[in-house]
Design a protein around this ligand. Sequence first.
Ligand SMILES: [Zn+2]
Length: 71
Amino acid sequence: MGRGREPLVTCDACGRTVPRDKAVEYVKSSIVDIDQKDVVIDLTKRKVYYCISCAKHRKIFEKKKRMFRKE
Ligand SMILES: [Zn+2]
Protein backbone atom coordinates (compact mmCIF):
# COMPACT_ATOMS: atom_id res chain seq x y z
CA MET A 1 0.00 0.00 0.00
CA GLY A 2 1.06 3.53 -0.56
CA ARG A 3 3.25 2.82 -3.53
CA GLY A 4 0.74 4.41 -5.85
CA ARG A 5 2.36 3.43 -9.09
CA GLU A 6 0.00 0.66 -10.06
CA PRO A 7 -2.77 1.98 -12.24
CA LEU A 8 -6.24 1.01 -11.10
CA VAL A 9 -8.80 -0.55 -13.37
CA THR A 10 -12.47 -1.27 -12.85
CA CYS A 11 -13.80 -4.79 -13.03
CA ASP A 12 -16.37 -4.97 -15.79
CA ALA A 13 -18.45 -7.52 -13.93
CA CYS A 14 -18.67 -6.30 -10.33
CA GLY A 15 -17.42 -2.74 -10.67
CA ARG A 16 -14.71 -3.16 -8.07
CA THR A 17 -11.52 -1.18 -8.47
CA VAL A 18 -8.48 -3.39 -8.61
CA PRO A 19 -4.78 -2.81 -9.33
CA ARG A 20 -3.95 -3.32 -12.97
CA ASP A 21 -1.62 -6.25 -12.33
CA LYS A 22 -4.26 -8.08 -10.30
CA ALA A 23 -6.83 -7.75 -13.03
CA VAL A 24 -7.37 -9.94 -16.03
CA GLU A 25 -7.45 -8.22 -19.38
CA TYR A 26 -10.08 -9.51 -21.71
CA VAL A 27 -11.12 -8.45 -25.19
CA LYS A 28 -14.83 -8.68 -25.63
CA SER A 29 -16.33 -8.69 -29.04
CA SER A 30 -19.98 -8.20 -29.70
CA ILE A 31 -22.26 -7.97 -32.67
CA VAL A 32 -23.58 -4.44 -32.61
CA ASP A 33 -25.51 -4.02 -35.82
CA ILE A 34 -27.49 -6.45 -37.89
CA ASP A 35 -29.23 -4.88 -40.82
CA GLN A 36 -32.06 -6.98 -42.18
CA LYS A 37 -31.41 -6.04 -45.80
CA ASP A 38 -27.66 -6.16 -46.01
CA VAL A 39 -26.89 -8.28 -42.97
CA VAL A 40 -24.19 -6.06 -41.64
CA ILE A 41 -22.39 -7.73 -38.82
CA ASP A 42 -20.09 -5.40 -37.06
CA LEU A 43 -17.77 -6.90 -34.54
CA THR A 44 -16.72 -4.34 -32.04
CA LYS A 45 -13.84 -5.22 -29.84
CA ARG A 46 -13.75 -3.71 -26.42
CA LYS A 47 -11.02 -4.24 -23.91
CA VAL A 48 -12.29 -4.83 -20.42
CA TYR A 49 -10.78 -5.88 -17.13
CA TYR A 50 -12.02 -8.40 -14.62
CA CYS A 51 -10.90 -8.89 -11.07
CA ILE A 52 -9.47 -12.31 -10.30
CA SER A 53 -12.62 -13.73 -8.74
CA CYS A 54 -14.87 -12.59 -11.59
CA ALA A 55 -12.39 -13.92 -14.13
CA LYS A 56 -12.51 -17.30 -12.40
CA HIS A 57 -16.29 -17.27 -12.27
CA ARG A 58 -16.47 -16.52 -15.95
CA LYS A 59 -13.68 -18.92 -16.84
CA ILE A 60 -11.80 -16.11 -18.54
CA PHE A 61 -8.51 -17.84 -17.81
CA GLU A 62 -9.46 -20.87 -19.85
CA LYS A 63 -10.86 -18.80 -22.65
CA LYS A 64 -7.69 -16.76 -22.83
CA LYS A 65 -5.59 -19.88 -23.10
CA ARG A 66 -7.71 -21.10 -25.98
CA MET A 67 -7.48 -17.73 -27.70
CA PHE A 68 -3.71 -17.74 -27.50
CA ARG A 69 -3.53 -21.22 -28.95
CA LYS A 70 -5.61 -20.14 -31.93
CA GLU A 71 -3.29 -17.33 -32.88
ZN1 LIG B 1 -15.08 -8.38 -10.32
